[in-house]
Design a protein around this ligand. Structure first.
Ligand SMILES: Cc1cc2nc3c(=O)[nH]c(=O)nc-3n(C[C@H](O)[C@H](O)[C@H](O)COP(=O)(O)OP(=O)(O)OC[C@H]3O[C@@H](n4cnc5c(N)ncnc54)[C@H](O)[C@@H]3O)c2cc1C
Length: 456
């Protein structure tokens, strides 16, 4: 075994996005990896793709896929998103670029396509095996003398698996997390948004085709409602409508054709043209729920560690859940490089690096819900966003908007937030200077403070 390589048996629970990527990275370092997934193989059972929405891949996810050597395979299935088209309630369209340079774009990819690329890559490695339709039901953590003892339920009944190490990549309602933390002094906080979502498919070539720029994310902000749609490679869009779960105009009350039609016409006027069967789609889709999870610890000694939504599920409004889950995989891989003979130390360092950052991401994701829903139609807010981008263009990396740091860089989330707060203070000073008629002084001040912001 070379430096950083490991001769170890690892079980990964969950063949979703982070589980498959981690299986690739573990196999690349010499581990024998068995992956267990409660759902059927998505490549075989086309009827069950799970949540088939598309996801926005940004710099953190791109960097992680490049680290594993898989970026080109994924980009072959992705559509670029250069900015955001806002469908205003009066029928007007607004357009906001995502960044100031050509590389500051997001990529939209179907969850199913991405999952298949990752599954194929992991399965191509001789030391990785998959067992689908096999659900983890129990985990006993073991001790210095006993391995981790796992119980699975599958088509052939119960199965017992003993292993040195378990990676819990089993999503927001993780069984690994619950079993690992049982009997331990652990923190666990779960918060449901009182809003849910349904998926909508917006076909290419409809009556309003010119309104559905295929290289942009589309957002319909509305009073007590929100639609977000990602483009697909065939110019169609996959949309998600977010509404309150209860109360007036909620998923609980919108149960008839008339009520759905009335709400969509009132809140999202161009949608009926773009999606003639939108009412049928709305009534036939199930409601999804949105949850934030904060928890600690993320590991138990050198035997169990958590990844992705299992340790930090966030609301989807910053488009960072998958990106941060992929970033976990790279951080854990790098910690294993630094502690090849002590996986307990690697897991502890991984949690120490990641948790403070994913806690910040949870806050940002909740705040971005308000931004997308309530502020996108506000001229003041849009002017502030434009000023931020303009300053970035003039000052380069001395002034980087928060959105840019989160989506187009790998700056740790907490550092990005701290830096953005310093920039906001600067902007407030500048606004004061400009308002008092001293524009030249304002420009001088902004340059001076930007130097300080970057220097800190
Ligand atoms: C509406 C919506 C839009 C989103 N948009 C974006 C976006 O644009 N960009 C972005 O970065 N993120 C987005 N996300 C978030 C993203 O989907 C998640 O953060 C990401 O899927 C987390 O990956 P994961 O591997 O941790 O968990 P998952 O993808 O949930 O995978 C967990 C896997 O574990 C399996 N499993 C669960 N329990 C067991 C068990 N007991 N035994 C065996 N297997 C089990 C599950 O079947 C699943 O396959 C969005 C989420 C939602 C809901």
């Amino acid at each position: 075994m070379g430096a950083g390589l490991s001769d170890r048996d690892v079980v990964v629970v969950g063949a979703g996005l982070s589980g498959c990527l981690m299986a690739v990275l573990l196999a690349q370092r010499g581990c024998r990896v068995r992956v267990f997934e409660r759902r059927p193989d998505p490549r075989v059972n086309l009827a069950d793709h799970g949540r088939s929405i598309n996801l926005g891949l940004s710099q953190r996810g791109i960097t992680a896929l490049r680290h594993a050597g898989l970026l080109d395979h994924v980009l072959a299935h992705a559509a670029p998103m250069r900015g955001r088209v806002v469908h205003l309630p009066d029928g007007d369209l607004g357009y906001h670029l995502y960044g100031t340079s050509d590389d500051q774009i997001l990529r939209s990819v179907l969850r199913h396509d991405l999952n298949v690329v990752l599954l194929d890559a992991a399965e191509a490695l001789p030391s990785v095996t998959f067992e689908f339709d096999t659900k983890l039901t129990a985990l006993t953590k073991g001790d210095d003398h006993a391995p981790v003892d796992l119980r699975f339920h599958g088509a052939d009944g119960e199965q017992r698996v003993l292993t040195q190490t378990v990676i819990g990549a089993d999503g927001a309602f993780s069984t690994v997390r619950a079993q690992m933390q049982r009997g331990e002094p652990a923190d666990y906080h779960q918060e449901f948004l009182p809003w849910g979502y349904k998926e909508l498919s917006i076909k290419a070539g409809g009556a309003g085709d010119q309104r559905t720029d295929p290289e942009a994310l589309h957002v319909w902000p509305a009073d007590s409602g929100l639609i977000v749609a990602h483009p697909n490679a065939d110019r169609s869009l996959t949309g998600t409508i977010f509404l309150p779960l209860a109360g007036p105009d909620s998923f609980a009350t919108l149960r008839t054709r008339e009520s759905v039609d009335e709400l969509l016409t009132r809140r999202f006027p161009d949608l009926l043209d773009l999606v003639p069967d939108v009412v049928d789609q709305f009534l036939s889709q199930p409601v999804g729920h949105l949850v934030t999870v904060r928890t600690a610890p993320w590991h138990f000694g050198d035997r169990v560690a958590l990844l992705g939504d299992a340790c930090h599920a966030v609301y989807p409004f910053y488009g960072q859940g998958m990106n941060s889950a992929f970033e976990d995989c790279v951080t854990l891989d790098q910690c294993l490089d630094r502690h090849p003979a002590d996986w307990g130390a690697a897991f502890a360092e991984y949690q120490q690096i990641r948790k403070a950052n994913t806690d910040v991401l949870a806050d940002l994701s909740a705040e971005n819900f308000i931004e997308l829903r309530d502020r996108l139609a506000s001229p003041l807010f849009l002017a502030r966003k434009k000023a931020d981008l303009a300053l970035n263009k003039v000052l380069g990396d001395r002034w980087v908007p928060l959105y840019t740091m989160i989506s187009h860089t790998t700056t740790p989330y907490a550092d990005a937030l701290r830096r953005s707060r310093r920039q906001n203070t600067t902007l407030a000073w500048v606004a004061c200077a400009v308002a008092t008629g001293t524009a030249a002084a304002g420009t001088a001040l902004v340059r001076h403070l930007a130097r300080r912001v970057k220097g800190k």
